[in-house]
Ligand binder design. Structure first.
Ligand SMILES: [Fe+2]
Ligand SMILES: [Fe+2]
Length: 194
């Protein structure tokens, strides 16, 4: 699997709901890819998973959730619940990243993270995206898809295959540092105060 397969900003969906559903499928596939990789080759797909989760969740937090909060009936409650799930997953991801792919509990912890992330994705699809699809115009969803892709395109890319893991970690940073950097460039690009 090369870079292009796990770079959400290169997807061609124009409706934000289609786009995010496809990214959820990509996240699901990448968990499976990390899990099935030989132990000594987990590092590279795991770094792609860290990046994918960081760019996906940050784009949702900067572009999609604020819109859902304003537009949907009961939007505040729905978005607060999703943000709590995203923060819990971010904490789990940080712990896993810190322990490293050689930690004896790596696969067990990865499985807990997958359960949490996929439950979160299902809750978004059921309680947020279904309503977004029903209560927004096609033009609004196209504009949001463009916003998500622009946000994701600003995220740092992971280093090319062949770069050592230590260097990869230096370039990418921790999941939280990465999410913060992405948020920062997205807010600057959107002309907001960070
Ligand atoms: Fe999310
Ligand atoms: Fe999501």
């Amino acid at each position: 699997m090369g870079d292009r397969h796990t770079m959400p900003e290169l997807m061609d969906e124009n409706d934000v709901v289609d786009l995010l559903l496809r990214q959820h499928a990509m996240i699901r596939d990448l968990f499976a890819e990390v899990e099935s990789a030989p132990p000594d080759a987990r590092g590279e797909p795991f770094q792609r998973l860290v990046r994918l989760l960081a760019v996906h969740e940050t784009a949702e937090e900067e572009v999609v959730h604020p819109y859902a909060r304003r537009k949907l009936a009961g939007g505040d409650e729905v978005v607060d619940e999703r943000l709590a799930e995203e923060n819990a997953a971010k904490d789990m991801l940080t712990q896993i990243e810190k322990a490293g792919v050689d930690d004896p509990r790596f696969l067990a912890n990865l499985d807990l993270l997958r359960t949490a992330v996929l439950a979160h994705a299902r809750a978004e699809e059921r309680y947020e995206f279904t309503h977004l699809r029903a209560e927004t115009s096609q033009a609004e969803r196209r504009a949001m898809a463009a916003g998500v892709k622009a946000a994701e395109a600003l995220a740092p890319t992971h280093p090319h295959a062949g770069v050592e893991t230590a260097t990869a970690n230096l370039l990418i940073g921790t999941p939280v540092a990465m999410a913060d950097r992405i948020r920062d460039v997205v807010r600057k690009a959107m002309g907001k105060q960070s």
